[in-house]
Design a protein around this ligand. Sequence first.
Ligand SMILES: [Zn+2]
Length: 369
Amino acid sequence: MYFGSVRFFKHLIIAVVILMITVPTALAIGFGVSNAGKEAEIGELKAQNVSLSALVDYYNGKTDYTAEEFMTVFEQLGIDDKEFVELLYEKDKSAFDKLFESAEVIANSDGSVEAGGDITTTAVTTTAPPQTTELTTTQEEPPSPYADLHTDLYCENTDDIIYNRDENYIYLTFDDGPSKYTENILSYLDTYDIKATFFVVPQDNEECKRLMKLIVDKGHTIGVHTASHVYTDIYKSVEAYLDDFQTAYDLIYEATGVKCDLFRFPGGSLNDYNTATCDAIIEEMTRRGFIYFDWNVDSEDALGATWTQMYNNVLNEVEGVSRAVILMHDHDSRYNTVLVLEDIIKALKNDPKNYTFDRLTRNVKPIQF
Ligand SMILES: [Zn+2]
């Protein structure tokens, strides 16, 4: 009998050894040809002297990276097998995502950097990459020029952040509410036992406060969107943004007892109205401990999408991301959102990917533009 015999195992071992030798060699030859151009691009990125910690922060909130961007990170980690990295990326982007996440980058205080976890590439530990000021500086940060403003406006939630690493998560988010449709939306969410997130525009009236309380009582996340939603006012300066944020924050607290730690910028963190101020505003809000979420799936309801467009936008875009933060609107003018919501939920619930719906918390990796 051949199977299980000594001869069989001999052949098996020989076959495995041959594969171990030939496959990497073939890959190396194949990629050697196309790698010259890539080398130049990588060199360019390296010349920009991007710091490791900045990159790690960047990727923690990013889902659509290029192979070159990833290779730069891996280079900084001392994993210099570019062909392998490129191959992985081309073959399976989500596996690549996991691989990067499992790297668990550790930046030591002496400036050296380690990668741990189940990395199957050549090197997993490395000595220090070119030193960066972010990794080596021991000087205290200069005080914020805005430290004297809104001195009570700091995120009070100081719980450790432990990111959810699981895939196929759906985070429904509703901006601009509450509205006359809020209760309809809440009842759909109840029907399908879904928790979601509402970035609200609180008004100082009883009906708005009642609806915000209802959102919280039903177990959803409430976050700050804005008080005025007037782009030209709020993005004029850091001071103007803080003023608007404080108004919204206080109204939400008064109505619900929740001290928000999450927020969403009107128009997203980078838009046509804040190019001059967004960096400073983000820096100041981050310094105060608040976390902002953009989105990676846009229903386009705010752009006037039809029922069909919204349905297709969401279902198509969800396919391409492992954790979908879906932008929708809870606003008196967004009737289509209410019309299509249940069908979108049903379609996602029936998807073979077996999506989990959840609300945003500090433990969801922020999606940021
Ligand atoms: Zn909005």
